[in-house]
Design a protein around this ligand. Structure first.
Ligand code: VGL
Ligand code: ZN
Length: 206
């Protein structure tokens, strides 16, 4: 069985200059590149929305941060972000993309959002990540990327529920922190669910 580094949504729109800026979001690149060398397998997710995605406030003539019900599911509205094949959807420059063996695209269905790298928010459709991890016999996942309080959180919770030994490398993640304690709450939720919250030095043996 093998260990896999799962890089979540390290994309331009989540960098400080992007459409949905994550404070210090670009700072994860250096540490993630260093972590890559410790893993046999490296996979990544990309938030991959069509223009006019249902999670975009603009579609509903509302403001980011407002809540709606989108096809029966509570949906927080966001600025337009990670539009397929736009600059904002590209990996943040400097990320060692050549080490990434498999990319999962999520959030492509305009009717439903997908925070988790495994399933959409209604858990109706899988992204292909689980099948890939099974194919490579991976049983331990190390989750890194953006953002701690959304896509990292939901990916980690699904990973535990699916039976993976799940580590979240805290300093290789950054949070949106719409509320200042969102990162802390997300880390507590993940720990409560059975994720191990670790630091990059624990992996790099520093
Ligand atoms: C994300 C909000 C909307 C994330 C994606 O990657 O954490 N957050 N879409
Ligand atoms: Zn999104």
């Amino acid at each position: 069985m093998t260990q896999t580094l799962v890089i979540v949504d390290v994309q331009n729109d989540f960098s400080p200059s992007g459409a949905l800026p994550v404070p210090d979001g670009d700072c994860v690149v250096t540490v993630i590149n260093r972590l890559m060398s410790c893993f046999e397998h490296v996979v990544a997710t990309q938030d991959w929305h069509p223009a006019g995605h249902g999670s975009f406030a603009s579609v509903h003539h509302m403001s980011p941060g407002e809540m709606i019900e989108l096809n029966g599911i509570q949906q927080l509205l966001w600025p337009d972000h990670c539009i397929q094949s736009s600059w904002g959807s590209e990996f943040i420059p400097g990320l060692a993309q050549n080490n990434i063996e498999y990319i999962v695209y999520k959030g492509s269905n305009p009717e439903i959002d997908s925070y988790s790298g495994f399933f959409d928010n209604g858990k109706q459709q899988s992204t292909g990540l689980l099948d890939y991890l099974k194919k490579i016999n991976s049983d331990e996942l190390y989750i890194v990327g953006l953002a701690t309080d959304y896509c990292v959180l939901f990916t980690a919770l699904d990973a535990v529920e699916l039976g993976f030994q799940t580590y979240v490398v805290q300093d290789a993640c950054r949070a949106v922190n719409l509320a200042p304690d969102d990162e802390e709450k997300a880390l507590a939720k993940m720990a409560q669910a059975g994720c191990q919250i670790i630091q990059s030095r624990d992996v790099l043996n520093e």
